[in-house]
Design a binder for this molecule. Structure first.
Ligand code: PEP
Ligand code: MG
Length: 536
């Protein structure tokens, strides 16, 4: 038995077999095929199998991440079946007597390089897709399948998981996540919490653990490989106790989120997809406080269209049945990089081209998103939230654009609802000048994840400065208190939507400061409701 200490990401427990998700593929050497016909048959069979699997992945993903994201698998299937691509692979096999695996790898490399050199960022981004389908085909040909059918759910080990990859995990096959790189406040970690997957990070992964039994203790940030019977018994007991606690929490579902003195505190959910909204509704969310729309951009090959977005927002509204839905405009950048955007390498991505800065620089996609939000607003209570505001001119310009788009839609006879506008308070600048920003908006939403990193100059994704990323730091608390006070003086409501909203050790403090609502991962709603009900 070995116990490795890491950092807790999501405080849940799991027992199961470890499964190593290796992203490296063996370098394919140029080998002379002995039987060209056999290689051609192998390529055609692999192609058929990969296309079948991609269609299957598409069908499996729709209920999990929604039509928009799942569509990527269909695009990949089309690419595998592309005539020019197939001809090139087959002529290498037939003409140059290459093995099928080599021909696929070489053709993939050729297309990827060609696309990378193109001017248009859209085509450049497609090189990633070419690499992905090439990997699938070579894995299939070499039977080194990265995506095996798992007989039983497993604990996934990986060096690193990007937000897009985390989102695509099959929940029913994953018991938990162990990564080497990452941190508690990265977006991949936030997604793991939203999906309610036990997770730890900071563990130096060893591939020889693949297939071994393990305990993932997300509470204490531990990975125990080859646990002995005594340890297993202790953890089985803990898992049972957890299940019992969850059962008790479920009994709070019909009760109001009210303090002992009768103050109602709306408890809202943070979600990244229509599927998450269903989990939020199940846990009794009184609305969506934060729809992280940028996740709609991460798995695709281009910005989601206005129609696709309208559909997604409408489906979240339908799930929430009349409850308010706060749609945050794309918060791309930093660790949320969409492959099709033409970004230069940044020295400090968190201080770089992010969120509203991208939206104001690329007005086309921003206007399309606002139109989608406005169109959806005819079907429910929609609010729009702008991320990363740091200056008054930004909100003034946003307000102009918003009004223009609203007017245009009305002129075209499109019905739109009364959409309230709000801003994230997540830069120290916004917190300091929030009195100047207040006249433009109806609400503030404090993003404590970023606010903490910027106030304390401690990168939220860097495990080496984790001790400096102190979410309870007096600077953070005083800033929240000051923002609430100023906002209320200007008739603006204030919610907290960072991870601090789910921290029950500060519920009482936040309510005492006058915070109007709290928004969190769906899985934390009942725990926070219990805490609110215990407040005076
Ligand atoms: C935040 O910064 O607190 C926030 C809610 O936004 P995100 O975590 O998506 O950056
Ligand atoms: Mg943020």
């Amino acid at each position: 038995m070995v116990t490795i200490a890491g950092q807790a990401v999501h405080r849940q427990l799991a027992i199961g077999r470890l499964w190593y998700l290796s992203k490296t593929h063996p370098e394919l050497l140029r080998a002379q095929a002995e039987d060209t016909d056999a290689e051609l048959r192998a390529f055609r069979a692999a192609k058929e199998e990969v296309v079948g699997r991609l269609h299957e992945l598409y069908r499996e993903s729709v209920p999990k991440v929604g039509e928009l994201l799942a569509h990527t698998f269909e695009i990949h299937a089309m690419m595998v079946e592309d005539e020019a691509y197939t001809n090139m692979v087959e002529s290498m096999i037939a003409g140059e007597k290459a093995t099928a695996a080599y021909a696929v790898a070489a053709t993939g490399r050729h297309y990827a390089q060609m696309l990378e050199q193109m001017e248009d960022p859209y085509f450049r981004s497609r090189s990633e897709d070419i690499r992905e389908i090439t990997d699938r085909l070579t894995d299939m040909l070499l039977r080194n399948r990265s995506e095996v059918k798992l007989a039983k759910p497993v604990i996934l080990m990986a060096e690193n998981l990007a937000p897009g990859e985390t989102m695509q995990l099959d929940h029913s096959r994953i018991l938990g996540i162990v990564t080497h790189y990452g941190s508690e406040n990265s977006h991949a970690a936030i997604l793991a919490r939203t999906m309610n997957l036990p997770a730890i990070t900071g563990v130096a992964i060893r591939d020889e653990w693949d297939g071994r039994e393990a305990v993932l203790d997300g509470e204490n940030g531990l990975l125990i490989v080859d646990p002995d019977e005594k340890t297993l018994a202790v953890y089985r007991e803990k898992i049972l106790a957890r299940a019992k606690e969850e059962e008790e929490l479920r009994s709070l579902l019909p009760l109001p989120a009210e303090t002992k003195s009768g103050v109602h505190v709306p408890l809202l959910a943070n979600v990244g997809s229509a599927a998450d909204a269903a989990a939020a509704a199940e846990k009794g969310a009184e609305g969506i406080g934060l729809l992280r729309t940028e996740f709609l951009c991460l798995a695709g090959t281009e910005y989601p269209s206005e129609e696709q977005q309208t559909e997604t927002y409408r489906s979240v509204l339908a799930t929430m049945q009349g409850k308010p839905v706060t749609i945050r405009t794309f918060d791309l950048g930093a660790d949320k990089r969409a492959s099709y955007l033409d970004w230069p390498e940044e020295t400090n991505p968190d201080l770089g081209f992010r969120a509203i800065r991208i939206s104001l620089a690329e007005e086309g996609p921003f206007r399309a998103q606002l139109r989608a939000i406005l169109r959806a607003s005819a079907y429910g209570d929609v609010r729009v939230l702008y991320p990363m505001i740091s200056a008054e001119w930004e909100i003034r310009r946003i307000d102009e654009i918003f009004r223009e788009e609203r007017r245009n839609l009305l002129e075209q006879g499109v019905s739109v609802g009364d959409v309230k506008q709000g801003i994230m308070i997540e830069t120290p600048a916004a917190a300091v000048v929030c009195d100047r920003l207040a006249p433009y908006v109806n609400f503030f939403s404090i993003g404590t994840n970023d606010l903490t990193q910027y106030l304390l100059a401690a990168d939220r994704r860097n495990p080496y400065v984790a001790p400096y990323y102190d979410t309870h730091h007096e600077a953070v608390m005083r800033t929240i208190e000051a923002v609430v006070k100023t906002a209320h003086e200007h008739g603006v409501t204030v919610g907290v939507c960072g991870e601090l909203a789910a921290d029950v050790t500060v519920t009482q403090t936040l309510l005492r400061m006058g915070v109007d609502d709290l928004s969190m991962a769906p899985n934390s709603l009942l725990k926070v409701k219990r805490s609110v009900r215990e407040c005076e």
